[in-house]
Design a protein around this ligand. Structure first.
Ligand SMILES: Nc1ncnc2c1ncn2[C@@H]1O[C@H](COP(=O)(O)OP(=O)(O)OP(=O)(O)O)[C@@H](O)[C@H]1O
Ligand SMILES: [Mg+2]
Length: 247
């Protein structure tokens, strides 16, 4: 059984249909890519998946339970974490504190930045473990705003991983990165692959094709193609569009 199963998901904003009858199934521990042109509805699909947008109709099963329309905190508690297309770090705080406040044990005790700054050795070492997982072990004391862009992207992933998610949703993780940054992020994503279920929205096709097990292509709110990277390279729709251009 799929861990995530979207069935006939429909989202409308006013008279604008943004997602139309979207079916998508994601297996446990799979890395599932989502690609498609600007405005196709990719981020909206993540918003549905994480409770930020309520589908007009349709069902969204997480481990067999229909979670469509549940509020974000309820879905987060079920193990779905995401990074945003636009970064959402606490700029004034260190890398360690950014991760620390995302730890579930820390949140359970009440979200308090002053306590983060004062430090608690258990939380600190938990946060440092997560930082090490994303290659930021030696940057724990640096304030988020002083980190280079690539490190900030890695820190965003660390913040999501701090929640010990079952499902990690990444919205355009390579955006704004240069060639080296993309390679580094690919290394990180490949390291995470197979450890948890990942859903990755990406415009960078060579990144997505070398990472994903399967890919769904969204266009005007509909899934127009799906399959393994190899299958998609042969897909007539992908071939016709500019999306299939990858090196
Ligand atoms: N809250 C909202 N209210 C009204 N329209 C919205 C809302 N959120 C998204 N849209 C519209 O829905 C469409 C799909 O947006 P979405 O952000 O999901 O696209 P996307 O595939 O992620 O695009 P991009 O590649 O540019 O990030 C866009 O036309 C957008 O303007
Ligand atoms: Mg988007």
């Amino acid at each position: 059984m799929a861990l995530i199963e979207a069935k006939g998901v429909h989202v409308r904003f006013g008279d604008r249909v943004v997602l139309e009858e979207v079916d998508m199934s994601v297996l446990e521990k799979e890395c599932h890519g989502i690609m498609g042109p600007n405005g196709a509805g990719k981020t909206t699909f993540f918003n549905v998946l994480t409770g930020r947008a309520k589908p007009t109709r349709g069902e969204l099963f997480l481990d067999g339970e229909n979670v469509a329309g549940l509020p974000p905190h309820r879905i987060a508690r079920k193990g779905v974490a995401r990074s945003f297309q636009i970064m959402t770090l606490f700029d004034e705080y260190t890398a360690r504190d950014n991760v620390m406040v995302a730890l579930p044990q820390f949140r359970d005790r009440g979200f308090d930045m002053r306590r983060a700054a004062a430090g608690d050795s258990h939380f600190k070492s938990e946060a440092e473990k997560v930082l090490a997982d994303v290659g930021l072990a030696d940057k724990a004391d640096i304030r988020a705003k002083e980190l280079p862009y690539g490190d900030r992207r890695a820190l965003e992933i660390a913040v999501a991983l701090a929640q010990k998610p079952r499902v990690l949703c990444l919205d355009e993780p390579t955006s704004g990165l240069g060639t080296d940054g993309v390679q580094r992020l690919l290394g990180l994503a490949q390291k995470l692959k197979g450890k948890l279920t990942m859903i990755v929205i990406e415009h960078d096709m060579s990144f997505l094709f070398s990472l994903a097990d399967r890919i769904s292509v969204l266009h005007w709110g509909q899934v127009v193609a799906r399959g393994t990277p190899l299958q998609l390279q042969e897909n007539p729709w992908v071939k016709r569009s500019n999306l299939g251009k990858f090196s």
